[in-house]
Structure formats: structure tokens, C-alpha cells
Design a binder for this molecule. Structure first.
Ligand code: ADP
Ligand code: MG
Ligand code: MG
Length: 882
């Protein structure tokens, strides 16, 4: 097997198409080498080698040592240096790189090859201060990553030495100072580790390679994979590369840049760098980085010179490479570079992470520039990411008490209680409190707490700091580098403008402006406009599936319409009864002991329902509205506490004791499979009568008032047999006839059924004789197909996921194999009877992109989801069709 692929010197064995084998970083390093860009040469050990390593008890694959030796010899020849040798020793970086980028999740070792001898050679041929600085960095990183010596133990030594000399920053340490530090570092290693710091460069190299492989299974990586749905089976590649040095004095630098602004999407090079620095210094937020371009520097009001003025030649060259890479990859690039004594080197490029806002601007912008097609633009946006834009932003008219300003690192606004630790964030969120995580800076260990928080606020770090990058990836509002905040996480306080804020105090952050405010600030409802609207227009042109919304209230219906819903796919009539004192009338109806009492209760409900439907029809005029007849699982509506029982007893004029008996009569052992849906409608036809009347009269009034067609679709729930549907339909038709007979405006309506029982799917051919439409109620259909109670599933489905029995919760993503097979069957059979049978889905799955893809393939006519999911569904439907 070929495990090792070389790159550099103008060509490479790999290419961008080989990212599964070489990882993203390795494939792109190869691609840049092929393009002739200045990439330090090196080689990539494939992900297959990593997988072999894990499949064989963490051993290196056979033949790997020989292939690495060969590639290393080639590299030494190309560089004219030898690993660990004099006069100029070859130094290496050992970098991880999975198929999809996992920023900061895995470990990198720089300056490998230094030891007590080669550091002297480096000091003589280059510069002593640089040489010893590099060596101490190497000991620190290598010991942390490979030997497990804590990073902060080294930092503590460094701090002591700095303080002893009265220095403020590391750059003040001289070569001699660094030598002292190195001796103490080595002593620390001996103390903590079993042996001394390894001096043999070959040992160092293999230690680093196996540490990179091992880092694939560290906690940070595992958490990140879970969050981003990355399979463990991918493995990571290892990139071994010649070092170039950004820490060789004032003509050297290191930085990161994006071809477009990752926060706004604006078409302008955006980046940061540090002079005389190496590796992670920029990202770690140790020193405040400088801006790449003059424009950004001026905009930020920074005094530190930009790269554009400081190193104009390198800047120009970099701009040309950036432009070339963006055109080549046809996407926004995130690049890392280093300038060594005036010579520019490209260390990495990848498709840059971006906010959803930026993603929309970039996709529509690139389509308008002709770089990509409109269809490609549609494919570029992750549908669920739109969620971020469908949440409230700060009301510009609301009063705000700004207490600090930081960088607008990830847009969106959030209010919540201050918490200072990720664990506390997690805990309080579980208890239902919205929280803002406030930290000096974040690190990969904080991920879980960041996920839990509404927003993130840091007092240190730039736009490419960990907090900023991760928050943007998660779509969380983030303000970083708010330097006036004095955070004392031990005391649990944040001080600013002379005032002390404690844990639990409410603040608001605006990640679009960088403002931090005291208290909660009023928010505005989102809307679809600008680039978002443009992209949605292109999506609508591409999709075949219709998109409707599940809505009961006029507010929800209005939101649905604004978000582009083409109708209501499910109005759950019982939901409107949870409001106010309506619940009492509803309970009266449920507990009624005879037809007469029930009719009396229904008479109270009729005007309420008619009013609701009227508002709904008015809002949705011209569009279809599917109204489901009453489907109340009885247990949800029975009065529970003493107070409720007394209230209902008083309303119906009976003794609480009698009512209690009645409740016991009505209590079912298995309510989800009890007298629900059409079963209840068949027991009590007067419910169907009342509801049909309410629907038809409301439709009539709405049609009269708006002058536009009103299209009611009456849906019968929980049908398992044709006869059930027929019986209910008889009542509907008879009642409708009565209403129509008494009015000039005649309302046409359709009657259909939900398919939510396996029997209904199996007998679809028959049921379609009387149904004008089917709507797949996949919540219940999943419940009844699996025989899993929706309300009790949490206790074991989570466990199933943990032990790998199922990949996804079937109540969130449709089980295409089982539930999907029933749907496919019902579609086929139903259309045998009625080729034009209208087919939709109205379960939670209607807003889930993977399930929408299934609906497209199954040939459904529309999906229906919650109003705020409608744009997500429109985009997912387009992607499924393309
Ligand atoms: P990550 O995946 O976390 O970005 P990288 O492998 O890109 O990790 O390494 C982190 C940093 O180390 C880079 O941004 C770069 O500054 C530095 N680095 C990596 N390889 C080299 C090299 N060959 N020469 C100089 N610096 C390097
Ligand atoms: Mg990198
Ligand atoms: Mg149902």
C-alpha cells in the first residue's frame, strides 16, 4: 500500500480531489504545490494509515517507516538540509488534517528536529535568539502534545523568568534568557515524564506522528465530530512539512486571511498578522494582531501598521495568490501564510467557514460575478443554517445601555444571564435559563458550554480567535476582545465602567455591532430580504415540492406567509383550546356524560372555532388550508389538579366528586392508542358536525369579506379503515350541504385523511376511494410503525444512539427504511386509485432537510413544517430537486 504522498518543488503526488485520502489540508497543500504556489515541501501520510493504526491496536502500518524515510530523504535533498544535521538542520512541522477541517481540534507540532546540538547549528547559521526561541517552543509543544506535560506548567516557568527580569512580553527575552528557560523546561519534562526530552530527531518524528493519529480520539476531537456529524471512520492524515519561520525578526511575520469577509461576506481581502511570530500566536490572542489591509486598519481605527504598508511586496504577492486560489476553488478561501525574511510562503488554504449572512452574500455575489451558477449558489447554503437568520435581532428603536464594545465576531443578538464557566453554562441551560458565556478567552475544552449558551462574550482575542471562529461555525452571537471588561471568573464577577456585574445578572450582546448592553433589549422579528430573498427566489425556481406550514393562530399563519409558505398543511384544531378559558369549554365537552350535555358544550365552542378559522382563512386567502378535525389525546385534556376539577365541575353544574368518577371512567391505559382521532369522531358525530359547520361558515365569511377564493381541506385523523373515513365523511358532507344551502356563497372543500397508522398505508388503495388527499402524519406513523411511544422514547432512544444502534432519532429524521417504505407503498397504492391524489407530509419531518430529500424522491406534492422552518424547507426542497 502507498501510505505517503510527497508535495513541493512545483509538483505533488496528490491533488484537491484526494481529500478523503490526504485530508483537507494535505489535499490542498498538494493542489497549491501543483499550481506553483510557494508551499514549503513535505509529505502527507494518508488517512488510511490512521485507520490501519486504529484497526491494529495502535501500531504503525507495515511499510510506513520505509516510505516515510524515502519521502524524508527526498525532502532533505530538496531543501539541502538534514534532519538534526549541521550546518543548517532541517526542521519540520507535523500537522494533522482530517477530511473536513476541525479547526483547533487536533494538535500540531512545530520546529521538530531541534535538540541540544542542532539548536547550536541553527544559532550559528541563523540567529541565536531565534534558534533558542524556536527550541523552547518545540519543547513546550512537543511535551504538551506527545508527552502529556501540561502547557500551563511551561507558561508558569516562562512567567517567573519574565517577572524576574522585569519584562512585559516574551519578545524581550534574549538568547541567553531563552537558554535558561530551556534548561528549566527540560528539567520539568524529566520531573513529569518518565525520561528526558527526546534528543533523537527520528524518535521525535515518530512520537509526533503517533500523537497526531492518537489525537483523532481525544475528547476535543470526539466532541467536535459529534457536533458536526463527522464519522469516526474518516481518520486523520498527517502532514510532515519543512518549517518556514515567521519569527526570524522584523522582516518575518505570520498570519491568516480570508478572500472575503467571513462575517459579512463583503468582497474584500480580510486578515490579520503578527510580525516576528510563529504558528498559533495569531489565533491564540496572546498579542493583538495587526490588519492586513489599509482599509481594514483605518476602519478599525488601529495605529498598528497594516501588512500593506509594512511589507508591500509580500502583500501584493499574497493578494495575487489569494485571488488565484478563490478563482481556482470557486469559493471563499481561508488561508494561512508565513513570511520568512521577506519571502512569502503559503501554509494552508481551505473553503472558509462563514456566517450564514456571509454565506448568502458570497453565494449570490459569486453567482452575479459569474464565478458560479445560480444552482450552485443554491447548493452552497446549508438549509438548517438559515435558522440563524430566522431569529430575532435587536430592535434599533429599543433603548440600550451600552457598557462595553468589542469586535463584532459572530452576528445575531442574544440576552441572558452572565455565566463565567462552561460547566455552569451547561447546567443553567439545562434548567431552562438563557445564558451568555463570559470568558477572557475560550479554548477547545469550552465547546460544550459554548453550545449551551445563547451567546459568547470575551475580553481578549481578535476576529480569528477561538471564540470567534467557533461561534461563527455554530451560528451563535459572539462579541470578542471587549478589552474594558475586567473578568474575575474565580470571584464570579465582571467589572466595567466602575460597576460590578455578577453571575446571573442579565446582559445583551450584539454580535453584529460588537456592543455589550446591560439588561435585556427588545428584539425584532426576522424577515427574508436582500441576498436571502435573492437566494430564496433561485431556490423556488429550482424546487418541485410545495412548502406549506403547520399553523393554528393568525400570527403563525402570517409568519408562514411572510416566509413563503404556499398554504397551511396542518391546523391542529385542538391546539387553540389550550388558551384562556376556552380550555374549560373544551373540558366540558370531553367529560360530557350524554349527547345533550356535549351539544351544549359544543355550542360554546362553535363561535370560538368559527372565529379562529375565519382569521386563518383571511390570512391565507387564495391558498389551501388543511384543517384537521379534533384529535385530542384525552389525557391531555382531562382536568388534573383539584382546582381544575372544581372549575370544570362548577361550569357544568355538577359535584366535583361526580366529575372525579367521570374522569376515572375516561382514563385510558394507553391514551395514544385510545379514543383519539376518527374514533372519537365516530363515537360523537356532533363534534364533526360542529367543526364542519365552523369551517364552512368561516370560509363563507372570509370569502365574502376578502373576495378571494378560500380553499378548505378537511382532514380526518387516525384513519385505519376506509369505513371509518366514509362514516366521518358522511357527516361532513351532510353538514356542509346544510351550510351551503343556507347561503349564497357556496364553498367547495375537499376531504382527505392522515396516513399515520401502518394499516392505513397498507390499505391506501382502498382508502383513496374516499380521500381526495393524503397527508402523512409521520410523528404518529413513526410511533406506530416502530411501536415506540413518542412520550417515553427519550429514555431509550438516546441510549440507542450512544451505543450506535441507530444513527439518528427517527422522530427528527425520517426512518426511510421502515416508515419510508410504508409511505412509498401508500403513495403507489393511493395513486393506483386516484392518479391525481394530492400527497403531503405534516409531521416534524417536514422541516428536516434529509427527510425532505426523501419526500422529493417519494414524489410527494408538498411538505408542511413549522412557520419558522419554511425557508429552510424551501431551500432543502430545491437542493433535493437539483
Ligand atoms: P490547524 O489545523 O489547527 O490550523 P495547522 O496544521 O494549520 O493547524 O498548524 C497551525 C499553525 O502552525 C499554522 O497556522 C502555521 O502558522 C504553523 N505551521 C504549520 N506548519 C508550518 C510550517 N511548515 N512552517 C511554519 N509554520 C507552520
Ligand atoms: Mg491551519
Ligand atoms: Mg397524529
Amino acid at each position: 500500500t502507498k501510505w505517503v504522498y510527497s508535495f513541493g518543488g512545483g509538483s505533488a503526488e496528490g491533488s484537491r480531489d484526494m481529500r478523503n485520502l490526504l485530508g483537507g489540508k494535505g489535499a490542498n497543500l498538494a493542489e497549491m504545490a501543483n499550481l506553483g504556489l510557494p508551499v514549503p515541501p513535505g509529505f502527507t501520510i494518508s488517512t488510511e494509515a490512521c485507520n490501519w493504526f486504529y484497526a491494529n491496536g495502535r501500531q504503525m502500518p507495515e511499510g510506513l517507516r520505509e516510505q516515510v524515510a524515502e519521502a524524508l530523504a527526498k525532502l532533505e535533498k530538496l531543501q539541502g538540509k538534514t534532519l538534526g544535521g549541521a550546518p543548517m538542520p532541517l526542521l519540520l512541522s507535523v500537522r494533522s488534517g482530517a477530511r473536513s477541517s476541525m479547526p483547533g481540534m487536533m494538535d500540531t507540532v512545530l520546529n521538530l528536529g531541534l535538540n541540544d546540538e542542532s539548536v547550536q547549528a541553527l544559532a550559528e547559521s541563523a540567529d541565536p535568539r531565534f534558534a533558542y526561541d524556536s527550541y523552547r517552543r518545540f519543547i513546550q509543544m512537543y511535551s504538551d502534545v506527545v508527552l502529556g506535560v501540561e502547557h500551563h506548567d511551561f507558561e508558569a516557568i516562562l512567567e517567573q523568568e519574565r517577572e524576574a527580569r522585569g519584562y512585559e512580553s516574551d519578545t524581550q527575552l534574549s538568547a541567553e534568557d531563552w537558554q535558561v528557560v530551556i534548561e528549566r523546561f527540560k528539567a520539568l519534562v524529566i520531573e513529569v515524564n518518565e525520561g528526558p526530552f527526546p534528543q533523537d530527531p527520528q524518535d521525535q518524528l515518530w512520537g509526533a506522528i503517533s500523537a497526531v493519529f492518537s489525537s483523532w480520539m481525544n475528547n476535543r476531537a470526539i466532541t467536535y465530530r459529534k457536533l458536526h456529524d463527522i464519522p469516526e471512520s474518516w481518520g486523520t492524515a498527517v502532514n510532515v512539512q519543512a518549517m518556514v519561520f515567521g519569527n526570524m525578526g522584523d522582516t518575518s511575520a505570520t498570519g491568516v486571511a480570508f478572500t472575503r469577509d467571513p462575517s459579512t461576506g463583503e468582497k474584500a481581502l480580510y486578515g490579520e498578522f503578527l510580525v516576528n511570530a510563529q504558528g498559533e500566536d495569531v489565533v491564540a490572542g496572546i498579542r493583538t494582531p495587526q490588519y492586513l489591509t489599509e482599509k481594514a486598519r483605518v476602519q478599525a481605527g488601529s495605529d498598528a501598521p497594516s501588512l500593506e504598508t509594512l511589507m508591500p511586496e509580500s502583500f501584493k504577492e499574497f493578494c495575487a495568490h489569494a485571488d488565484r486560489l478563490e478563482r481556482h476553488y470557486r469559493d471563499m478561501q481561508d488561508m494561512e501564510f508565513t513570511i520568512e525574511r521577506g519571502t512569502l510562503w503559503m501554509l494552508q488554504t481551505r473553503n472558509g467557514k462563514r456566517t450564514t449572512h456571509a454565506a448568502l452574500k458570497i453565494a449570490t455575489g459569486m453567482a452575479e460575478e459569474g464565478l458560479i451558477t445560480e444552482e450552485e449558489a443554491v447548493m452552497r447554503i446549508e438549509p438548517t443554517s438559515l435558522d440563524q437568520l430566522l431569529h430575532p435581532t435587536l430592535d434599533p428603536k429599543a433603548e440600550r445601555n451600552v457598557i462595553a464594545r468589542g469586535l463584532p465576531a459572530s452576528p445575531g443578538a442574544a440576552s441572558g444571564e452572565i455565566v463565567f464557566t462552561p460547566d455552569k453554562a451547561d447546567l443553567l441551560t439545562k434548567e431552562g435559563h438563557p445564558v451568555i458565556l463570559v470568558r477572557m478567552e475560550t479554548s477547545p475544552e469550552d465547546i460544550q458550554g459554548m453550545v449551551s449558551s445563547r451567546g459568547i462574550l470575551t475580553s481578549r482575542g481578535g476576529m480569528t480567535s477561538h471564540a470567534a471562529v467557533v461561534a461563527r461555525g455554530m451560528g451563535k452571537p459572539c462579541v470578542c476582545g471587549a478589552g474594558t471588561l475586567k473578568i474575575d471568573h474565580k470571584a464570579g464577577t465582571m467589572m466595567v465602567l466602575g460597576k460590578v456585574y455578577k453571575e446571573g445578572d442579565i446582559i445583551t450582546i450584539d454580535g453584529s455591532t460588537g456592543e455589550v448592553m446591560e439588561g435585556a433589549v427588545a428584539m425584532l422579528q426576522p424577515e427574508v430580504s436582500g441576498d436571502f430573498a435573492t437566494l430564496m427566489k433561485w431556490a423556488d425556481q429550482a424546487r418541485r415540492l410545495g412548502v406549506r406550514a403547520n399553523a393554528e393562530t393568525p400570527e403563525d399563519a402570517r409568519a408562514a406567509r411572510d416566509f413563503g409558505a404556499e398554504g397551511i398543511g396542518l391546523c391542529r384544531t385542538e391546539h387553540t383550546f389550550f388558551q384562556d378559558d376556552r380550555i374549560v369549554a373544551m373540558r366540558e365537552m370531553i367529560v360530557a356524560e350524554d349527547r345533550e350535555a356535549r351539544r351544549a358544550a359544543l355550542a360554546k365552542l362553535l363561535p370560538l372555532q368559527r372565529h379562529d378559522f375565519f382569521e386563518l382563512f383571511k390570512t391565507m386567502r387564495g391558498l389551501p388550508v388543511t384543517i384537521r378535525l379534533l384529535d385530542p389525546p384525552l389525557h391531555e385534556f382531562l382536568p388534573k389538579g383539584e382546582k381544575e376539577i372544581e372549575e370544570v365541575a362548577a361550569a357544568i353544574g355538577t359535584e366535583p366528586s361526580r366529575l372525579r368518577e367521570r374522569i376515572i371512567e375516561l382514563t385510558e391505559a394507553n391514551p395514544m392508542l385510545g379514543s383519539r382521532g376518527c374514533r372519537l369522531l365516530l363515537l360523537h358525530p356532533e363534534i364533526t358536525e360542529m367543526q364542519t359547520r365552523a369551517i364552512l361558515e368561516a370560509a363563507r365569511d372570509a370569502a365574502h369579506q376578502t373576495g378571494e377564493p378560500v380553499i378548505p381541506e378537511i382532514m380526518v385523523p387516525l384513519v385505519g379503515m376506509l369505513a371509518e373515513l366514509d362514516k366521518v365523511k358522511e357527516v361532513i358532507d351532510r353538514t356542509a350541504e346544510e351550510v351551503n344551502a343556507s347561503s349564497e356563497i357556496k364553498i367547495t372543500y375537499t376531504v382527505g385523511t392522515m396516513i399515520e397508522l401502518p394499516r392505513a398505508a397498507l390499505r391506501a388503495r382502498e382508502i383513496a376511494q374516499s380521500a381526495q388527499f393524503f397527508s402523512f402524519g409521520t410523528n404518529d406513523l413513526t410511533q406506530t410503525t416502530y411501536g415506540i411511544s413518542r412520550d417515553d422514547a427519550a429514555s431509550f432512544l438516546g441510549h440507542y444512539q450512544e451505543i450506535g444502534l441507530i444513527e439518528k432519532d427517527p422522530f427528527i429524521t425520517l426512518d426511510t427504511e421502515g416508515v419510508g417504505a410504508l409511505i412509498a407503498l401508500a403513495v403507489k397504492e393511493g395513486r393506483v386509485t386516484k392518479p391525481d391524489l394530492k400527497l403531503g407530509i405534516c409531521g416534524e419531518h417536514g422541516g428536516d432537510p434529509a427527510s425532505i430529500r426523501f419526500c422529493e424522491e417519494a414524489g410527494l406534492d408538498y411538505v408542511s413544517c413549522s412557520p419558522y422552518r419554511v425557508p429552510v424547507a424551501r431551500l432543502a426542497a430545491a437542493q433535493a430537486a437539483l
